[in-house]
Design a protein around this ligand. Structure first.
Ligand SMILES: *Cc1c(COP(=O)(O)O)cnc(C)c1O
Length: 339
């Protein structure tokens, strides 16, 4: 694209040429359709509009120095979408359909894939919604699976930089046995009030605690939490956390460099003993954390005393982004070539 400013791309929707759609009707998935419209026609009684039968995914395609286009761990996104679909009783797109959809939509929009070297990528957003009409509370009989893409810039415009976050005790994003482990829009609706509170106070996001006892760390809004100490990578274990593929990847990188990995309940007080802490997810890869403020308890935990991200977080960030961009060989089997 001649007139896209690749260097200053925001993390924002930009219209591209095509999206793909597939309908589930009469108990089976139809053929993948290509559309150039940004709009969908939907029945006003569709279950996604009334009862929250909606799931999404997020992954990225990257152009390497060699010009080839890579996607990162798409099978895990596909699996997670099927788990989410099962969790809220929707028809799930099979792996072959998921693959066909994302590979097709990436190829069709090749001119929107940012060139190598800007830290930018093509964000891929699969959506699954209950499209069948129901008025009573029950799963829809019809579903729409669609995927659109949009080019996005590097999350950290001024480079990889630590952020401040706040512990949220006034709101929860998910109940202990609720839908926290599923990638559904409802969890995000539940998080918007606390996110606004955090932004108004100058924090980049909220850190949620377990909803039952408020004793353990759950996750950070749209990203998982990790802490590092004594050569150990520690990340919370909880039924209300969304299993982040970035987090799974960091655990593997940690093991590979000889660190111990612990997935277990992490009490809030443990925050004072970590050497490095961060939030991880597809958008930022790692957001290193400088300060965590527990406003209600009037307590502050500080890291990155020299203002810079910790050495291990930095190494993980560099390694993972290098694998995604194709600068570093992928010994894990995480990369597939689309182009
Ligand atoms: C998508 C998401 C994440 C990050 O998952 P990745 O697979 O690493 O992108 C973390 N938490 C929540 C609530 C999410 O929805």
């Amino acid at each position: 694209m001649e007139n896209i400013d690749w260097k200053n791309l925001p993390f924002q929707y930009m219209k591209t040429d095509y999206n793909v759609r597939c309908y589930y009707r009469d108990g089976k998935w139809g053929k993948l359709e290509i559309s150039s419209s940004e709009y969908i026609q939907m029945h006003m009684a569709a279950t996604c509009l009334h009862y929250g039968q909606e799931a999404f995914e997020g992954l990225k395609a990257y152009r390497g120095k060699d010009g080839r286009v890579r996607v990162f761990r798409w099978r895990d996104n596909s699996k997670r979408m099927r788990d989410t679909a099962e969790g809220i009783k929707m028809a799930a797109p099979p792996e072959e359909l998921f693959k066909e959809a994302i590979f097709t939509v990436i190829r069709l929009n090749e001119r929107f894939i940012p060139p190598y070297g800007y830290g930018a990528s093509l964000y891929v957003r699969p959506l699954l919604v209950g499209s069948g009409a129901e008025v009573g509370v029950k799963p829809a009989k019809e579903y729409l699976f669609m995927v659109f893409v949009t080019p996005v810039g590097a999350y950290f415009k001024e480079g990889f930089k630590p952020v401040d976050i706040m512990i949220c005790r006034s709101h929860d994003r998910a109940a202990p046995l609720g839908t926290g482990a599923y990638k559904v829009g409802g969890n995000y609706a539940a998080s918007l009030t606390s996110l606004e509170i955090a932004h108004n106070k100058g924090f980049s996001t909220t850190l949620y605690l377990d909803a039952k006892e408020k004793k353990y760390i759950d996750e950070a809004g749209p990203a998982n939490f990790f802490g590092i100490k004594n050569n150990t990578y520690i990340t919370p274990d909880s039924k209300s956390i969304l299993p982040s593929i970035t987090n799974m990847s960091l655990m593997e990188l940690a093991r590979k460099r000889g660190m111990k990995v612990e997935k277990r309940p992490v009490p809030v007080e443990e925050l004072s003993s970590f050497e490095e802490v961060g939030a991880c997810g597809t958008a930022a890869v790692i957001a290193p954390i400088k300060k965590i403020v527990d406003i209600e308890l009037n307590k502050t935990y500080e890291y990155c005393k020299d203002g810079k991200p910790g050495p291990i977080s930095t190494e993980f960030y560099n390694t993972l982004t290098a694998i995604q961009n194709g600068d570093k060989e992928d010994s894990f089997g995480w990369i597939d070539y689309v182009i």
